[in-house]
Ligand binder design. Structure first.
Ligand SMILES: C[S@@+](CC[C@H](N)C(=O)[O-])C[C@H]1O[C@@H](n2cnc3c(N)ncnc32)[C@H](O)[C@@H]1O
Length: 219
């Protein structure tokens, strides 16, 4: 379904919360084993490559994991991050994330609200692994990420994509953002694109779902 800007409604938070609360006990098996989910490792590789290109060490003092789920992204980055903060709408996913002991702080919160609770220039890395698919308009989260990142800090996220323009919503009620939409939204938020690659983070019916792996930097 193609949507114009006016018609793009935000995904109801109660829907996302209920979906992931009931999904939490079988999330990792369903996603990793059945759908070949690889978002966290793709993000990790993209961040390492962005850091290598900038000739900077890939170590981050303070990182924020948006839509942290059970903690798979924090697991992938654990050795390179001193202090992880996680936000997720689903209390049951947060419960699982807490059990990993990977996070210094965890909060049941919408990702934009969670970022709003953070001081300016206080994070070195913001991650969103398979979470932007629940947002139609990326502007609020990108703007808040830019505010919260310290100079030189990175925002890294996966997205699902399509070949047209703008944003569409699929049958699975996940938004797909075109590469041109992502490029413009990053520029409009005052971030610089460091890495954008066509890479799929998961399969559907054993076919890779078209995706993007994106790293942006705060100048
Ligand atoms: C597919 S899971 C991915 C979880 C984790 N990032 C990973 O890579 O395994 C998406 C997660 O995003 C959360 N989520 C979706 N929309 C959100 C929002 N607006 N704010 C915070 N969390 C959200 C869901 O509750 C769910 O836990």
């Amino acid at each position: 379904m193609r949507l114009d800007a006016e018609a793009i409604a935000a995904m109801p938070q109660a829907y996302v919360q209920a979906l992931f609360d009931q999904y939490a006990p079988r999330f990792e098996t369903a996603l990793v084993d059945n759908l070949g989910y690889r978002g966290p490792s793709l993000l990790f590789r993209a961040v390492l490559s962005a850091r290598a290109a900038a000739r900077k060490p890939a170590f981050f003092k303070r990182a924020i994991d948006l839509g942290c789920g059970t903690g798979l992204a924090a697991g992938a980055f654990a050795k390179e991050v001193d202090r992880f903060i996680g936000f997720d709408l689903s209390p049951k996913m947060i419960e699982r994330a807490r059990a990993t002991s990977l996070y210094a702080e965890l909060e049941v919160a919408d990702m934009v609200q969670g970022l709003r609770s953070q001081p300016d220039s206080s994070a070195n890395l913001v991650l969103a692994a398979d979470a932007m698919v629940y947002l139609s308009d990326l502007a609020p989260v990108l703007n808040e990420a830019r505010r919260v990142l310290a100079a030189g800090g990175l925002l890294a996220f996966t997205a699902e994509t399509h070949e047209g323009d703008g944003v569409v919503i699929g049958a699975g009620l996940r938004y797909a953002h075109s590469a041109s939409y992502v490029r413009s939204a990053i520029a409009a938020a005052g971030l610089a694109l460091a890495h954008l690659e066509d890479l799929s983070a998961r399969n559907e019916d054993n076919v890779p779902v078209p995706g993007l792996v994106v790293v942006a930097v705060k100048g």
